[in-house]
Design a protein around this ligand. Structure first.
Ligand code: 5GP
Length: 192
């Protein structure tokens, strides 16, 4: 059995990464496992510890950095976010294709460590549409919305670092494109 792929999906906050993912994550051919990140941000309504994230304190997060427990980490709008390395390795060794949904600084770290990572950047149809989607979520204060929008502009400049760019005009179509990318990489891995 070959080791599973490491798949990195990034895209500006509000682009609809979660919605796109829901259209492909249950396709068994993709053999996906979803890595749960650690974060110091507070849970949003409905988010559950250990499901969306492992919610933790700044001290505990910095301890994990010091102990080298994270495959990558970054600060995003005032909070830490990071991927626990051991779980990713365990799942890949079981032949699962591990999916990371992370922002661009973290994706850059992953690309440096794991050259054959399959990296995908999701873009919105336009910046106006992105703003509409972020506001539609209605979970954040205006100040945070502004920070996320300006962060989105910076992130979009880095899309060239990724192997694939997928536009989320329609989530099902975006999901189908991502499925095609993953299935082809699985095929290449099998024939390697
Ligand atoms: P949110 O607060 O909206 O859940 O996430 C903010 C940003 O952090 C999103 O772009 C999300 O993809 C990213 N993110 C989530 N988990 C991680 C992680 O483990 N590492 C990094 N670098 N970014 C993450």
């Amino acid at each position: 059995m070959s080791k599973g792929l490491l798949i990195v999906i990034s895209g500006p906050s509000g682009v609809g990464k979660g919605t796109v993912r829901r259209y492909f994550e249950n396709d068994e051919r993709l053999k996906l496992a979803y890595s749960t990140s650690m974060t110091t941000r507070s849970p949003r309504n409905g988010e559950v510890d250990g499901r969306e994230y492992f919610f933790t304190t700044k001290d505990k997060f910095e301890e994990a950095i010091k102990n080298g427990e994270l495959l990558e980490y970054a600060q995003f709008v005032g909070n830490y976010y990071g991927t626990p390395a051991a779980e990713v390795e365990r799942l890949r060794n079981e032949g699962k294709n591990v999916l990371l949904e992370i922002e661009v600084q973290g994706a850059t770290q992953v690309q440096q460590k794991i050259e054959d990572a399959v990296t995908i950047f999701i873009i919105p149809p336009s910046m106006e549409e992105l703003e509409r989607r972020i506001r539609g979520r209605q979970t954040e204060a205006e100040e945070i919305i502004q920070q996320r929008l300006s962060k989105a502009e910076q992130e979009m400049k880095l899309m060239g670092q990724y192997k694939y760019i997928v536009c989320n005009e329609d989530p099902k179509l975006a999901a189908d494109l991502i499925k095609t990318i993953i299935l082809r990489h699985m095929e290449l891995e099998e024939n390697a």
